[in-house]
Structures are given as structure tokens and as C-alpha cells.
Design a protein around this ligand. Structure first.
Ligand SMILES: Cc1ncc(COP(=O)(O)O)c(C=O)c1O
Length: 445
């Protein structure tokens, strides 16, 4: 231990417990240095909060609803929603109250007594999931949910191959990474763990061919794993007949169907689950991101008692320490309740339609800048001709106090994923600022 360990930890704790720093510039410099020296200097290059924030890096301090505030007191309208974690906005009062109540009862669990909130959260999830998906397993992230789904599919079928889609994103642990469509993330770790066949997303004929070829070669997969609407790939919506066809193909070939709804779950796309748009029941659904009500990290899978049977004989074959912990479940129960009570899937559909309409009008006005608008509900993306144009728009928005996705590394598709609770006046405001930004970028071309 270094001699300064006591003062280091004391100073860090003072930040946790203290007010917003009086000298925000000094605080920003301190945080940038700590990132560079102790986290990853590479990080700082890609962040608009450093590169586009003027003399003083934007250091996150607090948030409420769809407003984020940095340590200097500057406000940003959050149109990114933490890439899908903030369906309910930041610090939703009902979720905070539930977590606060549980925090004062017992934050974690004994690991031996029956923890009630896990059972009640699982029961609540069964009430919103597609019919028959009545069992839940909890973990701490989306990636872990994908791992659990893959293991369950392998266990049930006794097979170890998978079919996934080009440009798919399922997380970065070795199993989930095997399904990864983006070569950039996979390449340094090839050969990945599992034998995966990749097919174009949205093309049912290509999936039919892959399943037929696999069967002929005696290489039947355990499951087909797909996002219902691809998120990281840029809010890619498949044709309306795709998911029903995928379900029929999986049934015909006796292969399980896993819907990765980590990003699309709980109303994001304008339905409780994105598969509900097509009335399809997958065998396993993965959940994450917004599942913790925007307050706690929570992941889960839901599936049927038939598939769960293998797990009943030994529940510890796949288990973890923190999954389903009381704070996470308190947040999840409250978040789910608010989602149902306030009919947030319907609100996502309505607000999403309005934003998409206005974006398309802007795309007509600035066709050289904004080429296309995709997505459903409040999982949307603006598509630009080049990375540079996309970056210029997301940087211009940032300077106007609006946060969207899009980094220097990948800005061609800039995602819009606000809270499903975003108030109408903030939607008006961001659409104005976007129009302004597009005009600025177009006139600079
Ligand atoms: C569809 C999908 N699956 C899995 C993941 C991984 O989730 P996490 O980052 O919580 O591990 C993501 C994250 O973006 C995702 O979008």
C-alpha cells in the first residue's frame, strides 16, 4: 500500500459525500488526469465530453428525468438514455423510493434464507412476458443474460452451435462475443468459443438455407439468437414477416429461438417486448439495461417451465452471487410497475412516431447530410453519409446541450434513445436544436 492511500481514499469519499465542487475547472482537470492515469487515456479521445466541451471537460454530476447536469452546472437534454438504460429517465422517484426502502431493510441477501423480492420480481416479469415464459433467472448485465440463455439452450438441446446475425451485438464476454456480428470486437479474440454461423439480419430465406445446410451436415445448432430490432447496428427494423418466419423455421428444424431484448425490452420500441410487435413467442428472452428502472444494474432471462426442467435438478449449475439481489429487485419491481401503470410502451410509440416524422422532414430538407431515419418507438437512428458528418452533427448537438450517441470511431449511425417519459416541451426543444445543427453542418459543406 502506498503512503498516500489514506488521503486518496479520503479525498475520493469527500467527492461522493460532498456538494458540487466550487472550483469545477480544477475538478474537471483532476478527473481527466485520473482517467488518463488510472482508467484508459484512449477513452478521453473518443468522448465529446472532453473534446467538444470547450475549456472545461463535461464531468457528469447529477441528473433528473431527461436532464443531465455536469460539475460546472451546464445542462444537457439526454437524448441518448444511457443507450437504453433510462426508459424511465434518470432517478425516477418511484424507483428511488423502492431502492431506498430496501436499502434501509437490507441491501444484499444472506444467500441462504429465501429472498422475497427475487420471487416477486420473477412473478411480476411473468405477468408482462409473452404467454408461457413464466420462469426468470437474474444476473447483473445484458451480457450475462446472453451467457445464461446460451448455456440453457446448450443444456436443453445437448448441442453447442448457434446461428446469429451480421452486425449483431450481444455483449463482450467470450460466449456472447462468439455471437458478435462486428468483426472489430471479435477479431483480437478469434477463434471465439463457439461455432457460430452468421446470416444477414432480416432475411428469412438466408436463415432457412443456413438451417437446412446445418441439418444436412449433422451440425444442427442449439439456437438461433437475434435482436428483434438491432440496436448497436443502428436501429435496424426487419421486415414485418421476418419474426413469424424465424419462429416457424426454428419450429420446423427443432431449434430454439432466443430473442435478445436487452436493449429493446420494457417498452423501448413501442411494445412491452419488441417481439410483441409480431406476436411471436421466443423460447428464451434476455433482458437488461432498463430492467433496473434506471437505478440498478440488472439482467435476466425468462423462459418456460419446460426448458427450465434441466435447471431444476441442480439450480447451482448456473448461478451467481449478486444476481437477483434485493436492491436490484426492488428497482426492477418498481420500474416494471411504473412501465405498466403509465403505459410507457404506448407513450414510446407516440413520441417515437412524432420524432421520426419530424426527422424525415429534416432529412428531405438536408438530404446531403441526413440520409435516412430508422427504428421503431424510441429506438431510433439518424444515418449520415460519412462518419465525419455524423460526428459533426452529434458534436453540434452536444454544443447546443443535447446528448446523442455517436463517437469519432462510429458516427455514421447516430442513435436517439431518450427516456420514454421525456416531456413534450423537451422534444420540441431538441427538434429545434437539431434543425439548427443540420442547417449549420449543411452550410459548412
Ligand atoms: C442487444 C444487446 N445484448 C447484450 C448487450 C450487452 O449488455 P451489457 O452491456 O449490459 O452487458 C447489449 C448492450 O448494448 C445489447 O444491446
Amino acid at each position: 500500500m502506498r503512503p498516500d492511500a489514506l488521503s486518496q481514499t479520503k479525498d475520493a469519499l469527500a467527492v461522493v459525500l460532498g456538494e458540487r465542487p466550487a472550483d469545477s475547472q480544477a475538478f474537471a482537470r483532476r478527473i481527466v488526469t485520473a482517467f488518463a492515469d488510472h482508467v484508459n487515456p484512449g477513452f478521453l479521445e473518443a468522448r465529446k465530453s472532453v473534446t467538444e466541451a470547450g475549456d472545461e471537460a463535461a464531468v457528469e454530476w447529477e441528473g433528473e428525468g431527461s436532464i443531465l447536469r455536469d460539475a460546472a452546472g451546464r445542462e444537457f437534454i439526454d437524448l441518448l438514455g444511457g443507450y437504453g438504460i433510462y426508459n424511465l429517465g434518470i432517478r425516477h422517484p418511484d424507483v428511488v423510493a423502492a431502492v431506498d426502502a430496501q436499502l434501509h431493510r437490507s441491501p444484499l441477501h444472506s444467500q441462504e434464507l429465501l429472498d422475497p423480492l427475487r420471487a416477486l420480481f420473477a412473478q411480476s416479469l411473468a405477468s408482462v412476458a409473452p404467454a408461457g415464459l413464466t420462469r426468470a433467472f437474474f444476473c447483473n448485465s445484458g451480457t450475462e443474460a446472453v451467457e445464461a440463455a446460451m448455456k440453457l439452450a446448450m443444456w436443453v438441446t445437448g448441442r453447442h452451435r448457434f446461428i446469429a446475425a451480421h452486425n449483431a451485438f450481444h455483449g463482450k464476454t467470450l460466449g456472447a462475443l462468439s455471437l458478435m456480428g462486428k468483426e472489430r470486437f471479435r477479431a483480437p479474440f478469434e477463434p471465439a468459443l463457439l461455432d457460430v454461423t452468421r446470416v444477414p439480419f432480416g432475411d428469412a430465406d438466408a436463415l432457412a438455407d443456413a438451417l437446412t445446410t446445418a441439418a444436412a451436415a449433422g451440425q444442427k445448432p442449439a439456437a438461433v439468437v437475434l435482436e428483434p430490432i438491432q440496436g448497436e447496428a443502428g436501429a435496424v427494423v426487419p421486415p414485418d414477416d421476418y419474426w413469424p418466419a424465424v419462429r416457424a423455421l426454428c419450429d420446423r428444424h427443432d431449434v430454439l429461438l432466443i430473442a435478445d431484448e436487452v436493449q429493446t425490452c420494457l417498452g423501448r420500441t413501442g411494445a412491452m417486448f419488441a417481439v410483441d410487435h409480431w406476436d411471436v413467442r421466443p423460447d428464451i428472452i434476455t433482458l437488461g439495461k432498463s430492467l433496473g428502472g434506471g437505478v440498478m444494474p440488472v439482467g435476466a432471462i425468462v423462459s418456460s417451465p419446460e426448458l427450465w426442467r434441466v435447471w431444476e435438478a441442480d439450480p447451482f449449475i448456473h448461478s451467481n452471487t449478486f444476481g437477483g439481489n434485493p436492491l436490484a429487485c426492488a428497482a426492477g419491481i418498481a420500474g416494471l410497475h411504473v412501465t405498466v401503470r403509465d403505459d410507457l410502451p404506448a407513450r414510446a410509440a407516440k413520441v417515437g412516431d412524432r420524432i421520426a416524422h419530424d426527422l424525415r422532414v429534416m432529412a428531405e430538407r438536408h438530404p446531403n447530410v441526413l440520409q435516412d431515419v430508422t427504428g421503431r418507438g424510441l429506438l431510433m437512428a439518424m444515418h449520415f453519409a460519412t462518419n465525419e458528418l455524423g460526428y459533426a452533427v452529434s458534436a453540434g448537438l452536444f454544443r447546443r446541450g443535447v446528448l446523442v450517441a455517436g463517437t469519432t470511431a462510429n458516427a455514421k449511425a447516430v442513435r436517439i434513445e431518450p427516456a420514454l417519459t421525456i416531456p413534450d416541451h423537451l422534444v420540441d426543444e431538441v427538434l429545434d436544436r437539431l434543425d439548427d445543427t443540420l442547417s449549420e453542418v449543411a452550410s459548412a459543406m
